[in-house]
Design a protein around this ligand. Structure first.
Ligand code: AMP
Length: 117
């Protein structure tokens, strides 16, 4: 059974600043925010990376993205804008191997994706 730090948060074994939860996912503030708003949306089904998600499970990803957009609207920054990101494996900078979507907002975010940047 996979047992990442995010599974421990889902099971309430370690604390987190949870902003949303339903039967499909949990969302909580990133412990090391990279923007004024930095929330992680984590599904309750186990996939280590995006590579493991089959097309038949595309709704798992769709639900994360639409929950992030709904949160942005509720919090009032949807029109100003935001970024959603999923990191995959080493070159993508993934460090926790339970898939998750980053929602970043609250300031102009600039460009990204520069090798080494
Ligand atoms: P990634 O690098 O895409 O795998 O993202 C993992 C994210 O999880 C990083 O942005 C970390 O800051 C964040 N993180 C790690 N541990 C915790 C924690 N206990 N609570 C909240 N966020 C965490």
């Amino acid at each position: 059974m996979p047992d990442t730090i995010f599974h421990k948060i889902i099971r309430r074994e370690i604390p987190a600043d949870i902003v949303f939860e339903d039967e499909h996912m949990i969302a909580f503030r990133d412990i090391a925010p990279q923007a004024p708003v930095h929330v992680l949306f984590v599904p309750k089904v186990d996939f280590a990376t995006l590579n493991e998600v089959p097309g038949s499970e595309a709704a798992v990803i769709g639900r994360l993205a639409t929950a992030a957009a709904r949160y942005a609207k509720q919090q009032g920054f949807a029109e100003d804008g935001y970024r959603i990101v999923m990191n995959c494996n080493g070159d993508g900078g993934q460090t926790v191997f339970q898939i998750h979507l980053h929602l970043l907002a609250g300031a102009p975010l600039g460009h990204f994706g520069t090798p080494g940047g």
